[in-house]
Each structure stands twice: as C-alpha cells, then as structure tokens.
Design a binder for this molecule. Structure first.
Ligand code: NAP
Length: 249
C-alpha cells in the first residue's frame, strides 16, 4: 500500500492514462477524486474502483474553469478530509505544424493543456498547505523536451508545463509541496490510436522507439505512482521520461 491514507485528485481521469492512474492509486490505498468532462466514463471509473473495494468520487471538472477546480478540491477535503496529491493529466492533442495551426486552435490547446495545469495547481496548493505538504505531478510529454515533427501548439503547451513545474517546485519546496513533470513518449490511448494504427504511424513509431514497441498507460502510471508516493520524497522540479528510449538518441 504505497499510498495508504493519501487523498489524490486526478484530472482527465475518465479514460486513458488518468483512468489507469486512478485505479492504480486506489489499489495502493489512496482515496481518489476523478475529474473530467466525460461524465459517463468518469462515473464508470468511480464504480469500478468502488467494486474493487476502493474509495473514489467522480466530479465534473473542465480544467479551464477555476470554479470547477475549486469545487473538486473542496470535494476532496470535505469527503476525504484533505488533499495530498494532484495529477494534472487532462490534455488534448492537435497534430498540426506551425503554418497549419490556427489562432483559435492555439488558444484552445493553451487553455486546456497550459492554463488548466496552472489553475489546478493554484487550487490545490492551499489544501496541500493545510495537509502539511503534497505532491503535484504534471503530465508533460517528450514534445515538451524536444522539437516535435508533428505539432506546434501541443509542444508549446508541454514545454510550458515543464517549466511551470520547476517554478512551482522552487516556490513551494519550503512548504513540503513537491512538483515534478512526467514526459511520456508514444503511448497507446484514445488520443493516439488513430495515428499509431495507420501504416505511416507504424513506420514512424518503429523508426523512433529504440525499445521497439508502443508504451501503454500502465507504463506511465507506475512512474506517476512513484512521484505521488513518499518514495520520491527528495525529488522536486525533476523530469521523469517514460519513452522507450526515444529521447536518448
Ligand atoms: P486521453 O485518453 O485523450 O485522456 C485525456 C483525458 O483528458 C480525456 O478524458 C479528455 O477528454 C480529458 N480532457 C480533455 N479536455 C479536458 C478538459 N478541458 N477538462 C477536463 N478533462 C479534459 O489521452 P491520454 O493519452 O491518456 O493523455 C493523458 C495525458 O498524457 C495528456 O496530458 C497528454 O497530452 C499526455 N501525453 C500523452 C501521450 C500519448 O502518447 N498518449 C504522450 C505524451 C503525453 P476528451 O476525450 O473529451 O478530450
């Protein structure tokens, strides 16, 4: 039970990596608040966790809404007594290069992937302070570490998340609130399935991934669990890369 007695809030927890993290956290003893805009899927994850004996509550959280973030943090505190862990996982992908990206697309993805992480962090910090500390895990991407062949705005948002993580780490280290970023490579989820399953997609990942296969949500969730737990107690502002070796080349 690596998260025994902890309370976690995970955005984008209705499917994909966020849902796997919610289930893993609950199986390790955490009470989990799942936020997403996909209400039916979110309630399904809540029910699955309850069926296996865990504690979970689904709340509707559009990460671009400050008031919905505040409500989610209040739900964690009112229902489970505190907040120890925040996973800023929600995100969208727009695969378009510089000239193909519209101003509207730029604003939309910045709002969700960038401002959403800022608002979640801002909402969680007072509750973590009350709890005597906490761990914030921001899901960036390898697109936040190196130039992307396929996206302009997406990689800009993930670069922003990477450096916001370090600023948060520095600003709150003395209060025992840690903040680290996770940088997944090519992970097979609803976000990427359409492109990975095409012949061009397969050619791309075979050429790019030294380990020779696409990662799954569980590969990322195990790293997020480590950063959420006290096992990573001396880590803050760091980057955990989970990419089958893509960025090692
Ligand atoms: P996913 O299955 O699409 O999960 C993302 C979740 O976030 C979805 O449930 C999505 O709902 C939700 N979401 C979108 N906009 C939201 C909003 N405004 N408020 C609240 N929730 C919202 O994709 P995933 O692969 O698990 O992605 C999780 C994170 O990993 C993302 O931050 C992504 O950028 C990052 N990542 C993924 C990969 C990869 O290869 N899959 C690689 C690197 C990083 P909708 O379906 O309605 O959009």
């Amino acid at each position: 039970m690596r998260l025994e007695g902890k309370v976690a809030l995970i955005s984008g927890g209705a499917r994909g990596q966020g849902a796997v993290e919610a289930k893993l956290f609950a199986s390790e003893g955490a009470s989990v608040v799942i936020g997403d805009i996909l209400d039916d899927l979110g309630r399904q994850v809540e029910a699955e966790i309850a069926e296996s004996g865990g504690n979970a509550t689904y709340v509707h959280v559009d990460v671009t809404s400050e008031s919905q973030w505040n409500d989610a943090v209040n739900t964690a505190v009112e229902r489970y007594g505190k907040l120890d862990i925040l996973v800023n996982n929600a995100g969208i992908l727009i695969r378009a290069g510089v000239e193909d990206t519209t101003g509207e697309d730029w604003d939309r993805i910045m709002d969700i992937n960038g401002k959403g992480v800022f608002l979640g962090t801002k909402a969680a910090i007072p509750a973590m302070r009350d709890a005597g500390g906490g761990s914030i895990i921001n899901i960036s991407s390898i697109a936040g570490l190196q130039g992307s062949p396929a996206s302009a705005a997406y990689s800009a948002t993930k670069g922003a998340v990477r450096i916001l993580t370090k600023s948060t780490a520095v600003q709150y280290a003395k209060e025992g609130i840690r903040c680290n970023s996770v940088h997944p490579g090519l992970i097979y989820t609803d976000m990427t399935r359409d492109t990975l399953d095409t012949p061009e997609g397969e050619r791309e990942w075979r050429a790019r991934v030294p380990m020779g296969y696409i990662g799954v949500s569980e590969d990322v969730a195990k790293g997020v669990l480590f950063l959420a737990s006290d096992e990573s107690s001396y880590m803050t502002g760091s980057e955990l890369v989970i990419d089958g070796g893509i960025t090692a080349q």
